[in-house]
Design a protein around this ligand. Sequence first.
Ligand code: PLP
Length: 419
Amino acid sequence: MDFRTDPRFRGIEPFASRVWLSSPTMHGDEQRWVDDAIATNWVSTVGRNIDEAEKTIAEIIGVQYAVGLSAGTAALHLATKLAGERLYGRAKPSGGTLAGHKVFCSDVTFDASVNPVAYEDGEAVFIDTERDTWNMDPDALKEAFRRYPDVKLIVLAHLYGTPGKMEEIRAIADAHNALIIEDAAESLGAMYKMKGRWVETGAIGDYNCISFNGNKIITGSSGGMFLTDSKEDADKIRKWSTQSREPAPWYQHEEIGYNYRMSNLIAGVVRGQIPFLNVHIEQKKAIYERYREGLKDLPVTMNPFDAKKSIPNYWLSCMLINEKAMAPHTRGELNEKWSHVRGKSSPGEILAALAAFRAEGRPIWKPMHMQPIYRDHVFIGRKDVGADLFRRGLCLPSDNKMTPQEQDTVIEIIHRCFR
Ligand SMILES: Cc1ncc(COP(=O)(O)O)c(C=O)c1O
């Protein structure tokens, strides 16, 4: 279908410059701190920018230690390894710490949340999603423990910046002496009310990870951090991330090492971005609210959150099409087919229409249990909410540089899809 010549879209012009899903937003200080690193020759994996970025993030999140790493994925890998070692002991150099063990994992998330379980030779068991926040379903988690009472580790992500039901999940984990790895890659700055006290996501798990990937709420261009209150854990992660050197005059190794430390240049970008975390959250919140208002007459709902117990960072605005308003849309392994029906639409049609006018949206994460690599893993859930979100949902352009006028055009395009 050619949307630009389709009479339904008459009068809509393509965006002069592309409207992104979520792209980096630089403010100026990033350059200052990167220049400072270059001018002082501290461009490697030590320096003032790393120290400052770690200190400030730890203060914001309310943890004792933040360890700068090359990516959120690196943070998740080392967190998973640390959990595995604590639970099951040190592995041989050729083996993973989770060999022979199952781990309960979020199902609707980016695969970087759960791949580290495989890096450590563990077996991810995917836990279904609830409808209230689109995160791990505590009831499905309880069922998982009924079936596999020996499991001792949970990997949980807060989807699109919306905190999951952490109070319930923490209670279930505690009842089974299980540890939680909290993947707060998408939710930096989001808050959750834990037993009456507001806490930042990234401070709730036993091991916590954030990301500074280019599309996140603030970015270092890349990078991530491991967050903890344990000095011992912070020291261990710092050591593993810099090739596991022992304090000897030569290169002495007792443990497997990684080259996962954040560079002082990347940390300069992160350092310049940190003062704008709240500004970005406010911008993303305004985008979410403008969509909610602009789409309220359509048969759709926005990604939900619990307003009493959480404050999202609104990283991505998403929408879900009501079942009755779904036009035919089928997806194969690598392609899809959709067709238009008056008064209805589909994620396929809306994403294609947005792309035709140069705006970027994205399907909801395809659930991990539906991914070819994980298809033979156990999935626990009665309703398969994740598959339903994937089928009926989509992420809307949520770039904080989008103007209200541009967003209104996006909203108009979505309306015309339903004509
Ligand atoms: C939920 C989630 N976990 C982990 C990651 C990985 O972070 P990074 O790209 O910094 O490795 C991302 C995003 O990239 C993510 O969205």
